[in-house]
Write a protein that binds this ligand. Sequence first.
Ligand code: SF4
Length: 363
Amino acid sequence: MVGHVCSHVPEEVVTAAGLLPYRLRGIEITSTAIGDTYFGPFICSCPKAILQNAGDGRLNFLDGAVMVQACDSMRRLDECWRKAAVEKSAHMPGFFHYFGVPHKVTDYSIKWFAEEIEKFAGEMEKHFNVAITPEALEKAVAVHNETRSLLLRLEDIRFKDDPPLTGSQAMAIVLASTAMPKETYNGLLKTLLDHLEAAPGINLSGKLRILLAGSVVDDLALIEAIEHEGAYVSADTVCFGARANQGAVDGSESVWLRLARHYLNEQFCPRMFGYTKDRFDLILKKYEDSKADGIIFQNIRFCDLHGSENGLFEKRMEKGGIPAIRIEREYGSLADEGRVRMRVGAFLETIAKGAGKQGGRHA
Ligand code: SF4
């Protein structure tokens, strides 16, 4: 099993090697002692919590780990993990790879990134003594493309006027895709989608529809808290959520170039320079498609990338008459729960009043 820390990692390479790609999370920690030792206080607590899990032995099942200079906090996980392995006996997988991802999309950065992906595949072949054949890669690309298109089908179900599941149930389905063999996942998801497409809707009467945007959301607590306040989370563009399923790995170039183009172009993360408008447009499109009544922009405290972009987007949405709120929170299940609930509750009340009726524009 190979863990990684960012949606810019081409999981197809891991699948083609016959291994399971697994998106690392910092869930279930009971202390931050090790994370705090190596990271210090002014940094996003997500990589801190991942390091804590490595230090506490909860990641001992990993055969490999891929570190990415996704954002500065995630980049530092590489050196902090190496140090904690020496000083705190944190589990250090035999395969520990530092993976470079450019911040710009240009012809030369795509070419450079394609070489980086090929190098990553070569390192995996050497370490795990496997052959990543062109056939295995093409098969992995097809399987992962199928996952993306199935998850877009799930998104359409969420957008319905009478969806058959809550936002947190939909998020649980998406999260499972980050921890399961994709072929098995696709089979189960197909059956579930057929069932959901024919299922009756849940009762949304009086509930406002909310789009959730921003940084990492990798457990259900935040969405459950929002829905507990009287909303239905009808769409999201969060890291770990629906934004990673846009587009497909396609075209007629070499598989390395196709992967590079896809993983640079279609992740919609503010770590990429020059795509602010595309990210704004994606949020706006999902707001319209999901018939949302308002947008909650959230980010983990000290996430500079999402923090600054959320502030910008919140103002632009409000200027366009779209109710929006920005919430900064601590990473982790139920951290800040009371404060988050209070702010969400007040936001929903404001929308309901503004719409002049209980339940907003879609009541
Ligand atoms: S927020 Fe962006 S940089 Fe951070 S893990 Fe997600 S995709 Fe990677």
